[in-house]
Design a protein around this ligand. Sequence first.
Ligand code: HEM
Length: 350
Amino acid sequence: MREILEANGVSPITGFIPDTPPLEELPQQFAAVTALSENLAKLLEENSLRENVQELPVVACHLPLEEAVAVLRDISMLAAGYLHQGEPLGVLPAALAVPLNTYSEQLGRTPTFTYDLFAPRNFRVNDPSAPFDIENLDVLRSFTGTEDERVFTATHIACEAALGPAIYAIGEIQEAITKGDQQSVEKKLCVVHDGAQIFLRRFAEGVASQRIRKEVFNKIRPFLQGFENITYLGTPLSPRVYRGETAAQMPSIHYFDLALGLRKQTCVDDDMQQYIPPHFRVVLDAVQEGPSITSYVHAQGGVIQDTYDSIADVFTAFRKAHISVVRGYSPSAQGTGSTEGLSWLEGRVR
Ligand code: HEM
């Protein structure tokens, strides 16, 4: 498993969050896109994003991987702003649609705005020698330019980044099961437990005391919605319904659910995974194919079972805490990921 994690860009320190921050500057050909992206909040506030997008040139040249990801982040965020500000539109101009199609195809992603582009590919670290805590993270692009949005995005990144060592520990547990090395399983389960606790603690820090004010969240929320039956001008893409940005596309949560058998996978999970970058989907498939940690734990019982139960309890505590947060923001609305929101979340608690 270690080889698969390494080969697919999963960091032993920050997990599915890249341990070196994503590219901030786009290549020169996209200077006009950079200018709009850096001013996204202001353009949305002034209601002038759409007219500015009309002025953009159509560019789609060959780019190396990291540059293609950064362009996709900025283009997809501009597209979300363009489509969802005010009266929603059903047509994306070629200046956004063509690069969105080109780079999402190159990177094996959906031609939409996804979780990976909103959070894991949208940050800068203030102090590179310090951990990825919420206060150590800044965002590159923002719909509102507010501290609230920074905290919202940074909390997702900080939570996921807490799980790096735990993700590798899962691989080591599967290896130890194959070798019948019970001591190692016991030790590595503790690493998973520690990571899960930091995940939960960072979540609580981020959502504490209305740091993400409801009125600000309600300004961000429309831009996270799906791309539904959009005409992508200048591309061969046909209109279809795509889910919106949601942390239900967070690879870590799928990874631990699959590795530890925390929940039964549903077709919504399968569908959400289509919005996760393909190299991370390889990792999800691999962990699922590895030896069953759950069966081993049940067969062993004792301390191993107790530690496993404590890990499951931490993820349940996260899900319960998250539900009470969501209740405070959008009690009846559909989730931005096109789920039924609260009732869907409640069905996921063990
Ligand atoms: C204003 C705060 C938040 C609100 C209103 C909110 C809302 C939601 C909603 C409605 C869903 C259901 C999926 C959908 O969008 O259709 C969801 C899923 C999810 N959210 Fe949040 N969220 C918030 C903050 C966070 C934060 C800070 C995290 C960081 C870990 C997070 C992690 C998740 C995860 C992991 C899922 C998948 C749920 C699961 O597997 O049980 N959310 N969120």
